[in-house]
Write a protein that binds this ligand. Structure first.
Ligand code: COA
Length: 580
């Protein structure tokens, strides 16, 4: 079917709907909503059989929705209405939630229901849920709605009349007055709910050192205590702040934009505070890497107990698990170096399989564009960041004494997708979307991708993937050879499933033979073309991207971190219905 996807941005959910429709033989095209007239023009050009809006902040004009069936994805259960659906659900501590696919109508969210799906709402941040449980439920509902539409016989359910017994649940925009944290009164559970309901946007507006800041992200801390509101410690760039009955970790901050001033953007909290930080009481450094082997976490990483850290190493017999989880999947120079240090630590352990990743949200999205943008010399910081990333990737590539598995539980893009490719096996959660390309950021890319990508998919597919710059589903990635195993699991179950498969891999009879073959393969490849040669060639082009002020990277990066709205659908998304 010719389906036009209309969205405010080609965001994670729109990408997921796009790849899954394409996998099922449909011909989806994408139109980014920049106004009514361009939409009318896109509709005239594409002549869609169906319009689907996976994430649309504006209303579709009446003449479009009255001429074409137009399905709107609402991230709330039956009867829920309003612009802050998921925010309210988290704010109020709901355990179950849902997604409804409605026909566009007036008033908003009141159209006939084509499908809906329910899901759990574990205690994690909003954007993590949006890319996880909510995206899974949305796909179930969208695919069902598309099948129903294709049948030609399905009659959608009106949200009124005798057949409708669902209470109307319309809620307003969740504004900062409701989100505000009262540090003198709110217990940890409430503070976490408020932080998570505002994560990753818009954040919770708060005061620090006499200025207004948005707090982004929130994780529990179960040991540190202090005067409510007091800053207690830093770890991995995050701040630990006391509540009335405990403390929370806040990884990122963003200064409030001054009226008429430039857009502000998030940074690791300690970096954002900069010079203000020495004014704090001395903050105890906390180790982020337990040296003694522990059991792998049974539940997901965002458990309510324990202390938050972004890198964690655990063991179960012959399998090591090096988990990492960075906000937005962005990896700064400092984060890459800490992960490399942790990886080297993991290599000192007597394991035969080392699993990298395994968390719920983003695996990695490459170098940290916000930290680079904030640097005094962004070109030099870009260089430092890519060099640190390459050091990490090269360490993976030269690991020949054990098998390394990338466990990709969440989406991965650009250098972060290539980081995964440096492992021997790539296991991916079903529902993950990969973007193995750099072109949209104006970069040639490094992370040894010129070695690892063609090695996996062949030169022609590598060229196609990087040139077309389109997302790839986990199923397509497996067909292409980009991924070895697709694991059908809920986001919170992925880590457990990975642990199960890793134990089987470590116990398998062929393991020692595979490790020996891997060593020989690396020696053979090194003799054909040394790893250093790939790095030198890639970095020569990246040096140009970074240090030539006329290169598009600088403007693209600035627009990305400041979330500048698009002015038109980018050319790589128009007419993209063909298969990979
Ligand atoms: N550096 C800094 N922040 C990044 C990032 C990066 N490399 N990649 C993603 N993020 C942040 C986004 O700014 C966003 O922040 P928010 O939570 O404040 O909104 C968050 O991570 C999620 O990204 P978003 O773009 O909203 O998600 P998406 O699912 O719509 O798109 C990507 C995912 C990866 C396609 C898109 O984020 C992207 O293109 N990232 C840049 C990749 C890149 O070029 N890396 C550098 C070269 S290695």
């Amino acid at each position: 079917m010719r389906i036009l996807l209309v969205a405010s941005a080609f965001n994670s959910l729109t990408q997921r709907v796009f790849v899954e429709l394409r996998d099922r033989g449909h011909r989806p095209a994408v139109h980014l909503m920049v106004g009514d007239e361009p939409l009318r023009e896109a509709v005239r050009q594409h002549r869609p059989e169906l319009i689907v809006a996976p994430m649309l902040k504006a209303a579709v004009p009446r003449d479009v929705w009255s001429a074409y069936t137009c399905l709107i994805v609402h991230p709330g259960p039956l009867g829920d209405r309003g612009p802050s659906a998921l925010d309210w659900a988290i704010h109020e501590g709901a355990d179950r939630w849902g997604v409804t696919v409605l026909q566009a109508d007036e008033p908003m969210d009141a159209g006939d229901v084509w499908a809906h799906a329910e899901c759990d709402l574990p205690r994690v941040g909003k954007s993590d849920l949006y890319r996880g449980e909510i995206a899974d439920a949305a796909l179930r509902a969208v695919l069902l709605a598309v099948r129903r539409f294709a049948s030609g016989t399905y009659v959608p359910r009106p949200q009124h009349g005798p057949g409708w017994d669902v209470p109307d649940h319309t809620r307003p925009y969740l504004d900062q007055r409701v989100r505000r944290i009262d540090w003198a009164l709110d217990p940890t559970a409430t503070v976490l709910r408020k932080l998570r309901a505002a994560d990753s946007q818009p954040g919770v507006l708060d005061q620090l050192f006499g200025a207004e800041w948005y707090l982004h992200g929130g994780h529990p801390e179960s040991e540190l205590l202090g005067k409510p509101g007091e800053l207690l410690a830093t770890r991995a760039g995050a701040l630990c702040r006391a509540t009335v009955d405990g403390a929370v970790w806040i990884p990122q901050l963003r200064p409030r934009r001054r009226p008429g001033g430039p857009a502000t953007f998030k940074l690791p909290a300690t970096l954002a505070l900069g010079d203000l930080l020495p004014l704090l009481p001395e903050l105890p450094p906390l180790p982020s890497l337990p040296t003694a082997p522990r059991r792998p976490a049974a539940a997901d990483q965002h458990q309510e107990q324990g202390s938050w850290t972004d890198i964690d190493y655990q063991e179960a017999g012959p399998v090591g698990f090096l988990r990492f989880s960075f906000p937005g999947g962005a990896m700064s120079t400092e984060q890459c170096r800490r992960l490399l240090e942790a990886y080297r630590h993991a290599l000192t352990r007597p394991t035969s399989v080392l699993v990298l990743g395994g968390g719920r949200d983003f695996f990695s999205n490459g170098i940290h564009l916000n930290v680079i943008e904030a640097a005094a010399d962004p070109a030099a910081e870009s260089w430092a960041n890519i060099s640190a990333m390459d050091d990490l990737v090269s360490q993976l590539l030269i690991t020949t004494d054990r098998l390394v598995v990338s466990a990709v539980g969440g989406n991965a893009a650009a250098g972060g997708a290539m980081l995964a490719l440096a492992a021997d096996e790539i296991w991916c959660r079903e529902g993950v979307v990969l973007n193995p390309h750099y072109r949209l950021m104006g970069l040639h890319g490094s992370e040894y991708w010129t070695y690892t990508l063609p090695r996996r998919v062949g030169a022609a597919a590598a060229e196609r993937l990087t040139r077309r710059a389109l997302p790839v589903s986990s199923a397509s990635a497996q067909q292409l050879g980009l991924v070895d195993r697709v694991i059908p699991a809920a986001p919170g179950e992925f880590g457990r499933e990975v642990a199960r498969f890793a134990a089987l891999l470590a116990a398998g009879p062929g393991l020692q033979g595979r490790i020996a073959a891997k060593k020989l393969g690396r020696e053979r490849d090194e003799a054909i073309k040394p790893l250093d040669a790939y790095r030198t060639e890639e970095l020569a082009l990246m040096r140009h991207n970074f240090f030539d002020p006329d290169e598009p990277y600088h403007a693209l990066r600035s627009a990305f971190v400041r979330k500048q709205p698009v002015r038109a659908t980018p050319p790589h998304l128009t007419g993209v219905g063909e298969p990979n």
